[in-house]
Write a protein of this length. Structure first.
Length: 252
């Protein structure tokens, strides 16, 4: 049976490092416009909507022909914002939700489809993606989250640190000595699982690493990790935004 999957793009206006990020211009289109265009090319989504807390973002999305839902400003995570949007649209209308990051203007639509296929085989109704890490700089960058998995492909741990530690490594690039996994910031949840996740209280591991997915692991949920060959590019800082604009000029 095919799943009825709702794609949700959480989009906040406030950002400590990059205010108004969803409306930032990248090569003549806003960031959120680029994300929506690419996500709409995924074959697995029944519907695509932006969940925002700001009228400017809402009006912009509607103005470019997209669908938007207003949500509360105080949500602690994109997962909570996704759940409010799901409830507004009707939980019974969908079997699953894909949380699509609103700051990945070069999202690869195939990743969304890969994630949806991973969700189908996920015994706990939770899935995400990872990419084999190919640069030692990413290992030491706390902005790049690393994952370890068990032999079934379920996450053991997410960390901003390089995991695992190569205790006896002596020379050469570390990424060539072990298949490190870099997290791709897409999540898929069965609707009944999402309803349970938002009721969980913040956990100690989550607070230590500032990674909400650790709350799920700490509460016993398994997260199935699908592997993708497609890298990702997330815009978190002004420098990232300038790099995105440079990449956009190469598309022309």
């Amino acid at each position: 049976m095919s799943l009825r999957i709702l794609g949700i793009v959480p989009a906040r206006y406030a950002s400590t490092r990059l205010p108004a990020k969803p409306l930032a211009d990248i090569g003549g289109k806003t960031m959120i416009h680029r994300v929506l265009e690419r996500a709409a090319l995924a074959e697995s989504l029944l519907e695509l909507v932006v969940a925002t807390d700001d009228q400017r973002i809402f009006d912009h999305v509607v103005g470019i022909g997209g669908h938007a839902v207003m949500t509360r400003a105080e949500h602690p995570s994109g997962t909570d914002r996704c759940y409010e949007a799901l409830c507004a649209l009707g939980k019974d209308r969908y079997d699953a939700v894909v949380n699509i990051q609103g700051d990945e203007p070069f999202l690869v639509p195939a990743q969304v489809d890969e994630l949806c296929r991973t969700l189908v085989s996920a015994p706990s109704g939770l899935a995400t993606l990872a990419h084999h890490l190919t640069d030692d700089q990413d290992l030491d960058d706390p902005g790049k989250v690393k994952i370890t998995t068990d032999i079934q492909g379920d996450a053991l741990y997410f960390s901003r640190a390089a995991i695992p530690v190569l205790r006896n490594h002596r020379a050469g690039p570390r990424h060539a000595a072990h298949h490190f996994l870099k997290h791709i910031g897409l999540y898929a949840y069965r609707t009944e699982v999402l309803a349970k996740l938002v009721s969980l209280k913040p956990s100690s591991l989550e607070q230590a690493e500032s990674l909400e997915q650790l709350r799920w692991l700490e509460n016993g949920y398994k997260v199935r990790v699908g592997l993708t060959v497609h890298p990702s590019f997330c815009v978190d800082t002004p420098a990232d935004l300038e790099e995105a604009r440079r990449l956009a000029t190469q598309e022309r």
